[in-house]
Design a protein around this ligand. Structure first.
Ligand SMILES: *[C@@H]1O[C@H](CO)[C@@H](O)[C@H](O)[C@H]1NC(C)=O
Ligand SMILES: *[C@@H]1O[C@H](CO)[C@@H](O)[C@H](O)[C@H]1NC(C)=O
Ligand SMILES: *[C@@H]1O[C@H](CO)[C@@H](O)[C@H](O)[C@H]1NC(C)=O
Ligand SMILES: *[C@@H]1O[C@H](CO)[C@@H](O)[C@H](O)[C@H]1NC(C)=O
Ligand SMILES: *[C@@H]1O[C@H](CO)[C@@H](O)[C@H](O)[C@H]1NC(C)=O
Ligand SMILES: *[C@@H]1O[C@H](CO)[C@@H](O)[C@H](O)[C@H]1NC(C)=O
Ligand SMILES: *[C@@H]1O[C@H](CO)[C@@H](O)[C@H](O)[C@H]1NC(C)=O
Ligand SMILES: *[C@@H]1O[C@H](CO)[C@@H](O)[C@H](O)[C@H]1NC(C)=O
Length: 297
């Protein structure tokens, strides 16, 4: 009897040792090699920069993927001079006026417009590069203003909505007229007669109210900026699992999923608490094994 008990105890100890070794070896996650998530939330010029968005200089090597960050591709905010949050879209830098974490939108304004008190000039389209996980906001919050410059119009069209920009600058080319209209105003003649066309998103509800496009109206609307929305549909399955386990996804500079940052300070393949799950599984199989052994003896 004593011999049998000793054998059983020995077996138990052996199994425990194996189990401890196995559970250690199972720790696939590595500790954070960096602090890329640690500066979140970060406040820059009154704008809260938190996950999905990140500070653009907070990048590092995550599991061999260099230039990785704690957030989604293209959502890196520069904090210029520690005061001005900005986002680059296609080589143009826009001031970030607000980020709404409830509906995942970011509000941007063109600095040329913000900084020009009298006669803001729009000289480029607002385009979102494909690498960025941002899209134009859903239609009820986004409208478009069309700017026409370098026009060869010698007599102004007899259309109430089409008036030249009051402060048009002489170096606009053509005969000096430039125009701005909301996209819902018929503008065929301008498309035909003007060489340069620029499309700028604006907040729809405002553009329907103010009819004084050509004078002060368009500036007021541009100053309010425009909104882009985080394109959540591009999230990888791994990132979905990571967020589902309360982790934060890291993506590489090339836009690939790089790892899952967990609150316990570790990087996992996909899910946080991965260790916890494996632990339970091991524990369960351990006990059933011991039980069967003991019963057999
Ligand atoms: C910033 O936003 C995040 C995400 O919504 C929130 O958890 C955090 O409390 C906010 N921080 C500040 C300082 O507003
Ligand atoms: C990442 O590594 C590649 C190859 O070593 C290099 O070409 C690239 O510039 C690096 N990117 C960053 C953001 O450091
Ligand atoms: C990143 O930018 C922020 C805001 O400008 C600054 O406080 C921080 O020191 C910078 N970090 C690095 C590593 O450059
Ligand atoms: C917009 O950002 C730039 C820095 O890129 C800054 O110089 C400028 O003052 C900002 N404008 C406003 C109105 O915040
Ligand atoms: C953020 O978005 C939500 C949902 O659209 C809205 O109810 C809320 O007013 C917004 N917050 C701010 C500060 O704009
Ligand atoms: C006006 O358009 C013509 C034809 O596209 C172009 O050659 C010229 O550079 C433009 N002028 C300005 C000031 O943009
Ligand atoms: C701006 O976008 C409009 C519509 O897509 C296009 O017709 C126009 O040529 C673009 N302008 C420039 C300067 O790329
Ligand atoms: C909608 O219009 C009202 C009245 O002009 C304005 O107070 C509000 O800020 C606008 N909403 C947005 C999202 O710009």
């Amino acid at each position: 009897m004593a011999v049998l008990l000793r054998r059983r105890l020995l077996l138990l100890h052996l199994l425990l040792a194996i189990f401890v070794a196995a559970s250690r070896g199972d720790q696939s996650g590595e500790d954070y090699t960096t602090t890329i998530c640690n500066l979140q939330p970060y406040t820059c010029g009154g704008v809260n920069i938190s996950y999905r968005f990140y500070l653009s200089n907070q990048t590092s090597d995550v599991r061999g993927k260099n230039g990785s960050y704690c957030g989604y591709p293209g959502l890196g905010i520069d904090c210029v001079g520690g005061k001005y949050p900005t986002l680059n879209l296609d080589y143009y830098s826009y001031n970030v006026t607000h980020i709404n974490y409830t509906d995942d939108t970011i509000s941007l304004a063109d600095p040329d417009v913000l900084d020009d008190e009298s006669c803001p000039r729009v000289d480029h389209n607002v385009t979102v590069p494909p690498i960025m996980w941002l899209m134009n906001s859903t239609e009820d919050t986004t409208g478009y203003l069309l700017f026409f410059a370098n026009c060869s119009i010698s007599t102004l069209p007899d259309e109430p909505h089409i008036k030249p920009i009051a402060c048009a600058c002489p170096d606009d080319g053509g005969n000096g007229y430039s125009f701005v209209v909301p996209s819902y105003v018929p503008h065929q003649i301008l498309s035909q007669q003007c060489n340069d066309i620029f499309v700028v998103p604006v907040l729809q509800n405002v553009s329907q109210i103010d009819q004084e496009w050509s004078t002060s109206g368009y500036r007021n609307i541009l100053e309010l900026g425009f909104q882009l929305e985080v394109d959540l549909s591009r999230k990888s399955e791994q990132c979905g699992k990571c967020e589902g386990s309360k982790g934060r996804c890291a993506y590489s500079g090339g836009g690939e999923f790089a790892g899952c940052f967990c609150n316990n300070g570790r990087v996992e393949d996909q899910e946080c608490n991965g260790d916890g799950k494996t632990f339970c599984l091991l524990l369960a199989s351990f006990f059933s094994f011991v039980r069967s052994k003991l019963l057999r003896d």
